[in-house]
Design a protein around this ligand. Structure first.
Ligand SMILES: [Zn+2]
Length: 576
């Protein structure tokens, strides 16, 4: 999409231009208009759909605008108040009305059938959402939400006193890159000790979460929460058995590679035992990479990377820069972390991060830019739900941009040795991520299919998964820390079953990388074509459009692992 198209404005036709969307009194009548408007033809139904999409986009933009403003300046209480007002007063009231809007859509569609070539995904997802709804689950969803909030509160309070200073847990991770081993160990132990203080609380919270989720599933007519979650997450293209096949394939093809990488790391560190605090340091004792010195340098270099991937992506990134749709540098008062959000009404992406000049910042910006290009690629799609793809594919857009930018890393790392190091770190990261995803996913399969388990059984399942996928690292003396390691994985508490998506996407992105080594321009062209479909097609078709195979099993994992091994200088026979 060329820059002049990025300037198109989408004028409201249904929501009044001057409506205050933070006021429920002004929002509610719009829902009633949708619920009661006479619809007497397929054309009128399509118009009705566009109008409900317009309302959804306007509400979403209102929330995003307030969220972005708050995270840009967390010490401004007015911004926080404005955001909380919206999520507490508008959003919860809108949700039951959205349910009625969906139900009305199904009724209208039964009378005025729309072409399935266009509406298949929308119809399938709407039917699914309506069929899973149970009145008696409403209080259970609130209970689940409250338990999740309690987890957020517990984990959010984790700070550590280390060598005279107070640090948050994310801030502590940088000490794990310290060449001095004693410093790393001390920092690692401090974090583990802090988490273990909440062991009992977290185990209790998890017991309660598993219990309430199991009841939600039973109310909806499912035998267990796993079966329910697969439907609720819209997993039409894979089953629990496919996930088990992923675990087996990772064990067979990825774990041996991880073992070889860790053995190599151990040898280079010159130690006989690789410990949990040895995993993030440069094994050759070099200081951290410094790919840029300021946010403006980061933007300028990243812009040239995207220009080289494709001139239109370069132009899009310049557009984001000129429009103030990037806020990259770390400064006092900004929320931690990084994210990409879309202003759904203007149909513009926004990238937020806290760049400080390290290699991870480059990866984060390239990743989030992939999401931003995705949003721009399907900007002209009238239906909001089709402007967002399911995570299994939207992460191909972001991780795919990471692999497509690999040949252009010289812009950040002119020194070939630095470049090679950044490349290796990227591929090692991919190997570790696949193994970790298998660990987390297997654990959840066990937990939710046997909801009456004891804590001891649960610990054993965790240890079994952890030892199956995490080789070499010596945990002796830290048995309790290993047994509770899963407490640090937020998704287990707040986004149950949501994790394998990253594995599926990573496999897609790595296949794209393989294609790009055969024919770079063709790989980029397919990537862009797939992005332009947004979420309008089923998952498999999105993968097909990108020229990669959708799958979780051996047939996809084995060739990807082989390529990773080669790229990391490990021939497969050495890695066994
Ligand atoms: Zn992402």
């Amino acid at each position: 999409m060329s820059p002049e198209h990025l300037l198109t404005t989408y004028v409201r036709r249904f929501v009044p231009a001057e409506a205050d969307l933070g006021s429920w009194e002004q929002v509610e009548p719009l829902f009633h208009a949708l619920l009661h408007r006479p619809v007497e033809s397929p054309e009128a139904l399509e118009e009705w759909l566009r109008d409900s999409s317009e309302l959804a986009a306007a509400l979403s933009e209102e929330r995003t605008r307030r969220y972005v403003a708050m995270t840009l300046q967390t010490d401004d209480p007015d911004r926080e108040r404005a955001y909380l007002q919206f999520v507490r007063e508008v959003q919860p009231r809108a949700e039951p009305l959205w349910f009625q809007v969906r139900r009305r859509y199904l009724e209208l569609r039964a009378r005025f059938p729309l072409p399935q070539s266009r509406y298949f995904v929308l119809d399938r997802d709407t039917e699914n959402a309506v069929s899973l709804f149970r009145e008696e689950n409403v209080p259970l969803w609130i209970e689940e939400d409250e338990l999740e909030q309690r987890f957020q509160k517990v984990a959010g309070a984790w700070t550590v006193r280390f060598r005279g200073h107070e640090y948050t847990v994310p801030q502590m991770t940088r000490f794990l890159e310290e060449p001095d081993r004693a410093t790393r160990q001390e920092a690692w132990e401090a974090v583990v000790r802090r988490r273990l203080l909440d062991r009992e609380v977290l185990d209790e919270l998890y017991d309660a979460l598993v219990g309430v989720r199991h009841r939600i599933a039973q109310n909806a007519g499912f035998s267990d929460y796993r079966a329910y979650a697969f439907r609720a997450l819209g997993r039409w293209d894979y089953t629990p058995e496919d996930c088990l096949a992923f675990h087996a394939a990772v064990e067979r093809h990825v774990v041996p590679l991880l073992r070889a990488l860790y053995e190599d790391r151990r040898a280079r560190l010159g130690t006989d035992r690789l410990r949990p605090w040895d995993l993030d340091v440069d094994p050759d004792g070099r200081p951290p990479l410094r790919p840029f010195a300021s946010a403006s340098e980061l933007v300028e270099r990243a812009g040239r990377v995207f220009e080289r991937v494709h001139p239109e992506l370069g132009a899009q990134f310049r557009f984001l820069t000129e429009r103030g749709l990037l806020d990259l540098e770390s400064r006092k008062g900004k929320a931690p972390g990084g994210y990409q959000a879309t202003f759904d009404e203007r149909r513009w992406p926004f990238i937020f991060m806290n760049a400080v000049g390290v290699a991870a910042d480059v990866r984060t910006l390239v990743h989030e830019a992939g999401h931003a290009f995705h949003a721009l690629a399907c900007r002209e799609e009238p239906l909001l739900s089709y402007r967002h793809a399911p995570t299994e594919f939207s992460e191909v857009a972001s991780m795919g941009m990471e692999v497509l930018s690999l040949p252009h890393l010289d812009l950040f790392y002119p020194d070939p040795e630095d470049r090679e190091r950044a490349r290796r770190e990227f591929f090692e990261g991919a190997v570790r991520l696949l193994a970790w995803i298998a660990t987390i996913d297997l654990f959840q399969h066990r937990v939710y299919t046997r909801p009456q388990h004891t804590r001891e059984e649960r610990t054993n399942w965790w240890l079994e998964a952890h030892r199956r996928f995490q080789p070499v690292v010596d945990w002796s003396g830290y048995e309790e820390a290993e047994a509770c390691l899963w407490h640090r994985q937020l998704h287990l508490f707040t986004h149950p079953f949501y994790y394998i998506e990253y594995g599926i996407a990573q496999l897609g992105a790595l296949q794209l990388w393989l294609r790009s080594m055969q024919d770079y321009e063709d790989a980029v062209a397919r990537y862009r074509a797939a992005l332009s479909l947004g979420g309008s097609r089923p998952l498999r078709e999105l993968f097909d459009a990108a020229g990669v195979t959708f799958g979780l099993g051996e047939e996809v994992v084995a060739p990807v692992a082989r390529a990773l091994a080669e790229s990391l200088g490990r021939s497969p026979h050495l890695s066994h």
